[in-house]
Design a protein. Structure first.
Length: 405
């Protein structure tokens, strides 16, 4: 890490929250709802259709496959369609996936819906990240991505409540999922014609992909580890609370909500810090906070203390994705769309493999002991950040100003 990265920037850095920014924030919100409604929806689908847990888990794998496909297909699609057309196509794909998942209860179609929804959702998140990074160069981009993902997490908190409310009012959980389709239509009407995001410079067909420097692949490794941490915690926390702490099913589920609440609070409150401090120092601090929170959670035998640990863990996880993806974009030497596509390959693999590895280990040693993979991922992430370098906000701002002038 650089010597001056812990120093606050002397110049005040800010960014306008204009229509392009709110376009990206809206897409983060829609993706956040889908992401955090997906797991409870699959569980409800399993209950309705009386399928096994293994078959239900295939839907999560399908979503991860969709993310991997983004990494393969996004670069040529962006080059051919541009960000604007592809953004709305991604939203349409996510909505089509939702319809397949909830309207037609046939396993091949629900699995196809998981893949299509995952593809559209991840592509939506990647494009929004690239748009914000291009529209707000330098440290402002990292701050905007942090704030946008915070909004996405906040909306994601409402998704399980919406499903529960739809069930309570006898509309059914499927109506709670289809709310997202209606909101997506509203976003299209508000932004599609009036807001044009910045477009990348197209490359000629047959032009080889740029060769990424070594620091880019280290940054991708950090993202893989942070994704492994987040999904291992959100998928397996309730099981640990139930088996180790003795929490009821409802209380164990509430623990996962506290992680997401911590992520939301952390992203919305820490966004200004990305304007003043290096992503390296902030991410390293986030890893330390994650370890502290996890330690409180893992060692607790009392539910309130475990809840506190989970909230602290969520605060740490809050900055993992936005800062990891900001470091990837910075390390890509001006290729944010290609950078986020590569990130999708690693992130999709992490979503599919890390929770599975933890579950396989849990079959032999129990979920409580298996969760020790999380601090291993965290320590590896800390070391990877320490082994790479990003510029301080002051330097980034000087470079961005020079480029624009």
């Amino acid at each position: 890490m650089t010597e001056d990265t812990a120093e606050p920037a002397t110049a005040r850095v800010s960014y306008p929250r204009d229509r392009i920014t709110w376009l990206a924030y809206t897409q983060f919100a829609l993706y956040g709802y889908f992401l955090y409604a997906f797991t409870p929806a699959v569980n409800l689908l399993r209950s309705d259709e009386h399928v096994s847990r293994a078959v239900a888990a295939l839907h999560g794998t399908g979503m991860a496959v969709g993310g991997v496909l983004v990494g393969i297909l996004a670069p040529p699609l962006i080059n051919r369609l541009g960000r604007r057309r592809l953004l709305w196509s991604a939203l349409a794909a996510m909505c089509a996936g939702i319809v397949l998942l909830v309207v037609v209860p046939l396993l091949p179609l629900t699995l196809a819906g998981s893949i299509l929804g995952g593809f559209g959702g991840v592509l939506l998140g990647n494009l929004s990240t690239a748009i914000l990074s291009s529209h707000h160069p330098g440290p402002a981009g990292a701050a905007a991505v942090t704030e946008g993902t915070g909004i996405g997490s906040g909306i994601g908190l409402l998704a399980p409540l919406a499903l529960s409310g739809a069930i309570a009012t006898h509309l059914g959980w499927r109506a709670g999922m289809l709310i997202l389709v209606a909101c997506a239509g509203g976003a299209f009407l508000v932004f599609a014609r009036s807001t044009t995001p910045p477009e990348p410079i197209p490359t000629r067909r047959g032009t080889p992909r740029p060769r990424m420097p070594g620091r880019f692949w280290i940054a991708c490794t950090v993202l893989i580890l942070t994704t492994s941490i987040e999904f291992s915690m959100t998928i397996w926390t309730s099981d640990v609370l139930h088996s180790h702490v003795g929490a009821s099913t409802a209380s164990a589920t509430a623990g996962v909500t506290l992680i997401v609440l911590g992520m939301t609070v952390g992203r919305l409150t820490a966004s200004p810090l990305a304007l003043r401090y290096s992503a390296d120092w902030l991410l390293a601090g986030a890893f330390v906070l994650t370890l502290i929170g996890f330690g409180v959670f893992w060692n607790s035998h009392h539910l309130p203390v475990a809840y506190l640990g989970l909230f602290l863990t969520g605060l740490g996880i809050a900055l993992h994705y936005p800062l990891a993806i900001a470091r990837i974009v910075w390390a890509s030497d001006g290729h944010p769309d290609l950078a986020t596509s590569y990130a999708s390959l690693g992130g999709g693999a992490a979503i599919g493999l890390a929770p599975f590895a933890l579950g396989a280990l849990a079959d032999h040693v129990g979920s409580h002991t298996a969760m020790l993979l999380v601090p291993v991922f965290t320590l590896l992430g800390f070391l990877a950040v320490a082994a790479s370098r990003t510029p301080s906000p002051r330097r980034s701002q000087l470079v961005s100003s020079a480029v624009r002038s």
